[in-house]
Design a protein around this ligand. Sequence first.
Ligand code: F6R
Length: 607
Amino acid sequence: MCGIVGVLGSHEASPLLVEALKRLEYRGYDSAGIATVHEGKLGRRRAVGKLVNLSDTLVHNPLPGKSGIGHTRWATHGAPSVDNAHPHQAGPVAVVHNGIIENFRELREELAAAGIKFVTETDTETVALLTQMYLEQGQDPVTAARTTLSRLDGAFALAFLFDGEEDLIVAARKGSPLAIGHGDGEMFVGSDAIALAPMTDEITYLEEGDSAVLTRTSLEIRNESGEIANREKRKIQIDTARVDKAGHKHFMSKEIAEQPTVIGEAVRHYLSTDGSGIQLPGEELDFTKIDRLTMVACGTAFYACLTAKYWFEQLAGIPVEVDIASEFRYREPPISKGTVALFVSQSGETADTLAALRYCEGKADKILSVVNVPESSIARESDVAFPILAGTEIGVASTKAFTCQLTVLLMLALKAAQDRGAMTEEEVSNLLIKLRALPGTLNETLDCEAPLAEAARKLAEARDILFLGRGLMYPLALEGALKLKEISYIHAEAYASGELKHGPIALIDKHVPVVVLAPKDNLFDKSISNMQEVMARNGKVLLITDKAGAAEGSEGAWQTVLLPEIDPVLSPILYALPAQLLAYHTAVAKGTDVDQPRNLAKSVTVE
Ligand code: F6R
C-alpha cells in the first residue's frame, strides 16, 4: 500500500510533505519518512509508527530544502523499522515506493554478485541501488531512473530524488496510482489528488506504464514504449479542510453516527425530481438486456455485494455471481455475452478489485462501479461509476461507506426490477417511501447504543465470538465478524445459521458468545431454531431483533437488543448499525487503536 508524495516547491518542502502524508496515512501508518535536497545534498528523516513520530523528529531535527519526497508505509517486505522506512537512499539517489517489486530477489542477487551491500530487508532498496549503479556507470539521473524502471516487474508508483538536482523528480506508475499536481512555478506528485489538495487543484493522472520527469516549470510524460504522451490536465474539486472528529472520541464513532445523514443524501441523489422513481446519474443503463451480473469486491465491499445478490436476484430476477477480487482475477472466469460486471469499492483504488475490473474490460458488456472516491482509478476506468456519497471515511474499519454501498446497490436493484417488469411501479414506489424514511429509523437505531455498549463490555472478555444470520442477515453476520476482529482483535467467525450444525456447532460452549441477527422476517422461525440449538449447548446468545421477534424468540437468550421494525428488504442497512456499534464498543473496552488498528490500512493498493 503506502502513500508517496513529492514536492518541487517555492517554500520549505517538509511541512508540505508532512501535510500530504497526513492525508495519505489511510494507506499505511507503520512508519514514515521524508528526504529533501538542500544545497545540493540529499538529507533524510524517518520514524517508526504513526506520522506524529516523524513530525516530532522534524521538530528536534528539521530538514531544510524546497525539493523533497515523502512516504507513509504499510510494510510488505521487512518489519516496520527505521532502516526499512522510506525514503531509501543509495548514495546520490533517494526513492519512495508504493507497491511491490516482484522480481526484487533476482535483482538483489544480481546486485549482491556485483558486491553491492544491502542495509534493509525491503524490495524498494533494490530500486535505489540499481539507480545508483547506473549513475555510477555514467548515466544521467533521468536515464538512470528510466533504466531502473525498465528492470522492474510488479506493481509500483515511484518517485526519485537526486543529489545535486534541486529541480528534478522522476516519477513512474505501473499498477499503483500516481497524480501529478501543477502549481505556479511549482510541481507536485502524489498517490492521490487528496494528498495534493492543499497545494493545487490542477491534476494530471499518470496512466499505466507512464513515467514522468518533473521540474518546477515543466512536465514530460512518456508512455511504456518511451513515446511522449499527452495526458489531460484536470481541475479537481476536493475539500482541502481535513475532516475532524466533530466531538466524537474516534472517527469510527463519528462515521457511525453520520449514517442517517449520508444515507439520506445517497437516497436523494438517486431519486427522480418528484421523488417517486429512481433516476440513475450518467448514461442510461438498459437493465432489460442484462442476462447476468458479476459483482466483484474485497472485504466489507464484498459483503455489500453478497447482500446485493439477494436484492438483484429476488427483486429483479437477475442471476448474480459474487466473487472476491483476489480470487476472481486469477481464476480468469469466462464472461459470457450479456454479462455486466459491477465492482464495489470505497477507495476505488483496491489493487485486486482494479485488476479484476481490467480483466473484464473488453469481455463484459458494461463495467459498472459503486465507489466513494469519484476521482479514483476504479471510478475512472468504469463505463458508469455510481457514487455512494458517504463523504470521506477516515476510520480504517468501513462503516458509513458500507451502508451507503448497500443503499446505492438496493436502488440499482429496484431500478432493474422496475425496468424488467419484476416489480410494479407501485411496489417500487412503496419501497422508496420506506427508503426516504430510513434516516429517521436509523436515528432510532442509534438510540440502542447503550445496550449494545453494555453487551460489548461482556464480549470484550471473550476469546472467540460467532455471528449467525440467515438470508439477508448472513452477509451482515460476516460483516459483523469482520468488523469485530479487525478492531478488537477478538477472533470472530460468521456462519449462515443453517450451516452451524454442519460443523461449527462443535465450537459452542459457555465461553463462546453467539450474536444472532434475526429480524422478524420469513426466515425468523428457522433462525430461532438454530439459536435454540446453540442455547441447548450452553452457548450465550446475544439476540438482535425487533419487538415482534423478541416477543416470540428471546426466551433463554443471554441478552436481547431491540431494533425498530423495518421492511425486510431494507433490514441489512439497519442491522449494520448494531454490528458496527458492537465492534466499536468491544474495541473501546479492550483499549485498542480503533481508527488505525494494527496491521491494517484504509486503502489496499497491493495484492
Ligand atoms: C473493512 C474494510 C476492508 C475494505 C476492503 C476493500 O472494514 O474496510 O475490508 O472493505 O479493503 O476496500 P475498498 O472498499 O476500498 O475497495
